[in-house]
Design a protein around this ligand. Structure first.
Ligand code: KIV
Ligand code: ZN
Length: 521
């Protein structure tokens, strides 16, 4: 007898899980991930394309730079709600709203206070009753500005459940429309987290008046699994970041969570509004801005995520893709390293591709990028997306104190390497020459001398963007000064130039970071 076709689950039957992206706030707090305003705006535009529900754009009271970034995102981005984080103090909340008000009714105040015994005793040095009162007062203050108020019980997972329920009930009564139950230290496991969310559903009388949000850190590698368990228990919003970046081991990875919902819709009755074909460009854009790549075997966006190496797998995929592929590369926006443009491509096609990759350059930068593309297309037989991304990432950098001019190097197996480097420092050209232990060493020494930097070069890596001896080399450097560590990237078919670019990029980032004066929280 023929089997009855399996009943297809309709999209409409599925509960929509709201995606709250915190790449620009929690993600940016991770070492090496700080971004300037322009960079944050570029990520925000990509998040808009992804169609996330909420973009947490920063922590407005943390610094003037954070404030301006939240304000700019609130002024510019249309579609997603824009959230700003603040502690449960009037000063923080007022400052947050000052930046968020530009988003109008899409502005969300996200206020928090810790509720676990360990945090209340040692960090806050406050009695539980006082913490509860502060939470309620903060939410009321936030609600006086906007009905869109989220409250987070920091370290919720280690909070006594009856107290957690008491706080949640009180903040909902005070006007919170979203209550977040974070696993701040990445401690929980799926079964336990499921039960915490279920406990709140069963024990907080007004819980249906608010959306339960979850925010999982990845210290035990369980942030995505915990987020899935939480939505199964009734959570309606998941907080996550592109590439899973964030404090310590990071946050729940947006691309992994979203693709789990999409791939396992057969057993998970949930959906979300994310346009998944923008996931790979989002991941690459973030990598090109921060200079921090994902590991090759990272789910969804790692270089090997869709690569089938073993012969038996390749054979299976050629016969029928679904033998080894549970999702298609196209569904996450991976164009399989396709050759996209050649030396006869025009400016329009070039710009269109850059926009698809998440780069919107003004005319001057576009002209420079296009010139570089033409030169590269002359040098290389094939130009790939990765090449274009490397060029666009460099050309879209702004407000740089240092700009690399010319480099001349002499070296050989018998000669002492000498580099003459010309830089612009705040627009003024300067030049010097240095000897070194090889051409890269001589070049970086000359830059160090010109910039008078005290930063230490603590890591230097060189790789190739695509295959072949004509490939662009990509250099990644890590430099540190005091408490600040930054990563810089540079690319060129000439490895010495790529090294100089990476070093100058890192020094510019360090300069930006030092100027930012982040208050400790
Ligand atoms: O991890 C955490 O608890 C947070 C809150 C401020 C939401 O980032
Ligand atoms: Zn967090």
């Amino acid at each position: 007898m023929a089997k009855a076709p399996a009943k297809k689950q309709k999209q409409d039957d599925r509960k929509i899980i709201r995606i709250f992206d915190t790449t620009l706030r929690d993600g940016e707090q991770a070492p090496g991930n700080s971004m300037n305003i322009e960079e944050k705006l570029r990520i925000a535009r990509q998040l808009q394309k992804l169609n996330v529900d909420v973009i947490e754009a920063g922590f407005p009271i943390a610094s003037d730079g954070d404030f301006e970034a939240v304000k700019k995102v609130a002024q510019t981005i249309k579609g997603p709600e824009i959230a700003g984080l603040c502690r449960s103090s009037e000063k923080d909340i007022d400052r947050a709203w000052e930046a968020l008000k530009y988003a109008g009714d899409k502005g969300r105040i996200h206020t928090f206070i810790a509720t676990s015994d360990i945090h209340m005793k040692y960090k806050l040095q406050m009695e539980p009753a006082k913490v509860l009162a502060s939470a309620v007062k903060a939410v009321k203050r936030a609600a006086s500005y906007t009905p869109n108020v989220e409250f987070s019980c920091e370290d919720a997972v280690r909070t006594r459940l009856p107290f957690l329920a008491e706080v949640v009930e009180a903040v909902i009564n005070a006007g919170a429309t979203t209550v977040n139950i974070p696993d701040t230290v990445g401690y929980t496991i799926p079964f336990e987290y499921f039960n915490i969310i279920k406990y709140l559903k069963d024990n907080v009388p007004n819980i249906d008046k608010a959306i339960i949000s979850v925010h999982c850190h990845n210290d035990l590698g369980l942030s995505v699994a915990n987020s899935i368990a939480a939505v199964q228990a009734g959570a309606g919003q998941v907080e996550c970041t592109i590439n899973g970046i964030g404090e310590r081991a990071g946050n729940c990875s947006l691309e992994e969570f979203v693709m789990i919902l999409r791939t396992r819709k057969d057993i998970l009755p949930f959906a979300c509004n994310v346009a998944t074909e923008h996931l790979t460009p989002a991941s690459r854009l973030l990598t090109s801005i921060t200079g921090i790549g994902v590991q090759p075997n990272k789910a969804i966006v790692g270089a090997n995520a869709f690569a089938h190496e073993a012969g038996i797998h390749q054979h299976g995929v050629l016969m029928e893709k679904s033998t080894y592929e549970i999702m298609t590369p196209e569904s996450v926006g991976l164009s399989a390293n396709a050759l996209v443009l050649g030396k006869h491509s025009g400016r329009h096609a070039f710009n269109k591709r850059l926009m698809e990759l998440g780069y919107e350059l003004d005319d001057e930068k576009l002209n420079r990028a296009f010139e570089r593309f033409k030169t590269l297309a002359d040098l290389k037989k094939e130009v790939f997306d990765e090449d274009l991304e490397a060029i666009a990432a460099e050309e879209s950098r702004l407000e740089d104190k240092y700009r690399l001019g010319h480099i001349t190097v002499t070296c050989g197996s018998f000669a002492v390497a000498t580099a003459t480097v010309q830089l612009e420092i705040n627009g003024t050209p300067v030049r010097t020459a240095e000897l070194g232990d090889g051409p890269v060493d001589a070049t970086l020494k000359a830059i160090k001398k010109l910039t008078k930097t005290k930063a230490k070069l603590i890591q230097y890596n060189v790789g190739s963007i695509t295959g072949g001896t004509d490939a662009q080399g990509e250099v990644t450097v890590r430099v540190a000064e005091g408490n600040h560590t930054v990563v810089g990237k540079g690319s060129s078919t000439d490895i010495i130039e790529a090294s100089a670019k990476a070093y100058v990029h890192a020094l510019n980032r360090l300069n930006y970071k030092q100027a930012r004066l982040i208050e400790s929280l």
